[in-house]
Design a protein around this ligand. Structure first.
Ligand SMILES: [Zn+2]
Length: 439
């Protein structure tokens, strides 16, 4: 007897379903390239789901949750139906840690990749330079899982950029190098060299104890300035999705986005909140070099505590496709925003044409940002030219934490004018009070 045709569930098709799905896939896959630590954390946080339908196998948190709603007796009652957990693909079990032979082979691969990247220095297989307690480097070298390169600051910056992003000067793009699957750790002493000696730094290339992460994923990338841990912004946020690496002069680069770990964590929250409130991506310029120290275009930005932020106008795009930057000037006591650095170009229209003190789209965004930053007392200085927006914030900031300042054209002390971007400075400890502010 031929099988009876079974009623089939009707396929629900909507227009644009496929493109929506591929968009979704892209949205899931693209961040994988850059924001891998977020993903990794999510994997670690979620218990492996089991779908064999047995209550005993449900996670403790699920049972706890269920207990809040029904007496446990009812759940475990003998006529209770087995509860089926929704089917979730089980992640493959982690591979066993690499053997000493495999580790040696991986380090040989790394050394060969250094040659491919034209890093013409023989890596050492024995520890060199500082090995900060929190870095795990001592153990990695003890277990023969690490190579180390020694060089001047400038060299180490370039080598780290090559290892991390596959390019000596990555610009705003998050590239990929085979070495980025290794843990990459830059170290240097906290103090600069004395008496004309060269400032040396070290780049350690480490096979993680559990082996390299899968293709497309990356290892842990960090820097230790003395005992201070620094990270790169592009390892916490996706530069093509969560923020725009940007400098007005076009010299933005992910390799200049290193800072103390707490600074980057704070900046991640600020960028996300700004996006939620404005629907626009925050432009983020220079933080610091991976080694810290002198950096072009700035007096500051040497210690991993300074961040330049741009309130970009994504609705107005320049001829080169970059978002518009508005410059703020105070003219006869009135705050104006213009498209030209010298203030002679087209003005940004005010929301209320009858009121010259009225907000513009950019000054509104500046106010949004100031409101986001105000509760963050670790940020000691918020610097931007527009006094009409920032003046009310200055007193509030000082009331929250003595010496904390929102600086603008009229109260900036020794700080330089900031017409096209906001400068944020994190400072720990006590702040000077009642003196002219200086960077
Ligand atoms: Zn700055």
């Amino acid at each position: 007897m031929p099988p009876r045709p079974q009623p089939q569930p009707r396929a629900v098709r909507r227009e644009g379903q496929h493109s929506a799905r591929s968009l979704l896939a892209a949205a899931v896959l693209i961040p994988l390239a850059c924001a891998y630590p977020l993903l990794e954390r999510q994997f670690q946080d979620s218990e492996p789901a089991r779908d064999n339908g047995e209550l005993a196998q449900l996670s403790a948190s699920t049972i706890e949750l269920a207990a809040q709603f029904v007496p446990l007796q009812a759940v475990f009652g003998y006529d209770a139906q087995p509860v089926e957990a929704p089917p979730v693909a089980e992640p493959p079990p982690p591979p066993p840690p690499p053997t000493p032979e495999q580790i040696t082979a991986l380090l040989d691969d790394a050394a060969a990749t250094l040659v491919d990247l034209e890093i013409k220095i023989d890596p050492r297989r024995r520890a060199r330079g500082p090995l900060p307690a929190g870095s795990g480097l001592q153990q990695a070298h003890d277990e023969a899982r690490a190579l180390v390169l020694e060089g001047r600051f400038e060299q180490i910056r370039q080598w780290m950029a090559l290892a991390q992003f596959g390019s000596r000067e990555p610009g705003p793009h998050c590239g990929f190098s085979p070495l980025s699957r290794y843990d990459l750790v830059v170290t240097r002493t906290a103090k600069a060299a004395k008496g004309g000696a060269k400032d040396l730094a070290y780049l350690h290339i480490v096979v993680p104890a559990q082996g390299l992460p899968g293709p497309g994923q990356r290892g842990t990338h960090e820097a230790w300035i003395g005992d201070e841990r620094w990270v790169n912004l592009a390892d916490s946020l996706d530069p093509s999705r969560d923020y725009v690496p940007f400098k007005t002069n076009g010299n933005e680069s992910l390799s200049r986005q290193w800072a103390q770990a707490n600074v980057v964590a704070g900046l991640v929250n600020i960028a996300n909140e700004y996006h939620q409130h404005t629907g626009m991506l925050l432009g983020i310029g220079d933080l610091s070099h991976v080694t810290g120290g002198k950096i072009g275009d700035h007096w500051t930005h040497q210690k991993g505590v300074d961040v330049d932020v741009y309130l970009l106008d994504h609705d107005h795009v320049s001829t080169d496709g970059r978002p518009q930057v508005w410059w703020n000037h105070i003219k006869r006591g009135v705050s104006i925003w213009t498209a030209e650095p010298k203030g002679k170009g087209a003005r940004e229209p005010v929301a209320d044409p009858a009121d010259e003190h009225s907000r513009t789209p950019t000054s509104t965004r500046l106010e949004v940002l100031a409101n986001i930053v105000l509760p963050i007392d670790d940020i000691a200085y918020f610097v931007h030219n527009d006094s009409s927006v920032l003046d009310p914030f200055d007193a509030q900031a000082g009331a929250r934490r003595p010496g904390r300042r929102f600086l603008h054209a009229q109260n900036r002390g020794f700080w330089p004018a900031h017409a096209d971007h906001v400068h944020l400075r994190w400072v720990a400890g006590e702040l000077p009070v009642g003196v002219a502010p200086r960077p």
